[in-house]
Design a protein around this ligand. Sequence first.
Ligand SMILES: [Zn+2]
Length: 578
Amino acid sequence: MSIPKEKIEEVRERASIVQVINEYVPLTKRGHNHVGLCPFHSEKTPSFTVNEEKKIFYCFGCNATGNVITFLMKKDGLAFPEAVRALASRYGIAINESKREAPDDREQIYAALKAASAYFTGVLRASAGDPAKEYLKARGMTGELAKRFHIGYATDKWDGLFNFLKKNGIGAEAACKAGLLVKKDKGPGYYDRFRNRVIFPITDVRGRIIGFGGRALDEKSLPKYLNSPESPVFKKGETLFGLYQAKEAVSKEGYVLVVEGYFDLVALHTHGFLNSVATMGTALTTDHIRTLKGYTSSIYALFDSDEAGKKAALRGLNLFLNEDISCRAVLLNQGKDPDEFLKLAGPDALREAIVDAPTLMEFYLASLRSKLNMTAPEGKKKYFEDALSYLSKIGNLAERGHYATIVASTLGIGVESVYDAIKGVSGGGGLVVKRGGFQARNLPELTLLRVIMKHPELLSPEVEAAFEAFTDEEIKAAAKAVSSLCRDGAAISGPALLERLEGEALKGRVADLLFRDSDGFVEEPARMIEDSLNRIQSRGKVKASTQDMIKLLEQMGKSDIAVELKKRIEVGPSGKRH
Ligand SMILES: [Zn+2]
């Protein structure tokens, strides 16, 4: 069942975005905007901006953007209808959802998962759970921890959960969508997905169960670990096991420890590291990092110190650089995983490893150094090139300076030369890397878009044709969203425009434009449009005549020159790709 569209509209219109956000982030008025410290990345000076008129928020630091509804979704981990309902009840907007109708899919799935968890923990407590209790004890799990994580057990029966759910009025279809039951291949009916396994319930940040992980009791059963399949409420790449339990400790300690396995996490908790979370057997993803950024700016990932562990650590470097957050690599020199490490070396050894942990960038530079012959010019060259490709991605000046100094002293050159080289790599952009916006993109295209956003009444068929011919795919997508709004007769308002765009990055860039283009930007809109159109059209003409030339050259058998020309028009006259 869905909330009527006009009710969603009403909620967005009547809810005060400043009032709502102010409860999470203290905001102060600055000009037309309200500003505060961003709740989505860590910062010391406020770049998080909220505008009551535009009805959107935007962070100039991390580009997070959205409206009052998406703010609640991001901040409180609410689903869209939940966020709408919460705001509706707060602002006294009646949403006539008839009680007689079935609750929506997600609610049925949550109910099935909750019931299943009660079943699994009940089985563990009963005598049927004795083999699992023994297994857990052997792995060092205390009864207290088993309770804190609501650990359960599934026996080897094929219909234990099935019958329990049936008795409790949970439909098999919902349980199937929740990943608890599997439809039989032949004939009607369902069977239990989890059998003969210790069960770890996976919760979202609000503590609602969204899936399960099951560890086989004996080593012969495959797979060793079985996770719930993805469902409308469970996205593996976004979920961190134990975050709900660790939240408070993370903000108290100021950092988070990240491991990969359920038992690693439990071992950390057993030894008092309550600020720990686990990816479910996968490497960290961008979504994981974004989730963690909401709680801390200090991430420590635990890796084995063998080759595989080192490789895994290095794979993470790009992700963290792109998300503008640093991560330290805690390398464990004993045992095959953190669970074993703690058993062999103890918690003090882990504390030491945490204190000594290098940042991923430091770790990368060190491993680069050890891999190359640093006395030979070829080795130095390779070191410099590889290091530069990462250095140029670091947005923060102080942080970049730190690594530039390491690189300079390793090579015995001045740090200024490193800075000069970075400038070259980042396309002459200087030392300050502008993040997030449309800066340094195709200028005529960008200008045309900005003018039309400010003056939608000037949208003409000619401008729309130019939109179609845009070469920057993102500017084109934004331009198309603007013209579709105009065509529907709607005003260019923040939320409406963002809603028609796909992808967080693009939304951020367009929000950047909305906030940057204060009233002074467009002085002579008609002339700016004409100018931009001329530049875009003449580019088209040049391209068309060059294509004719290429054809001619090919006919003359001069294909090498033709290839060269082709390359040039693809790259554009400045020689730089956007
Ligand atoms: Zn931010």
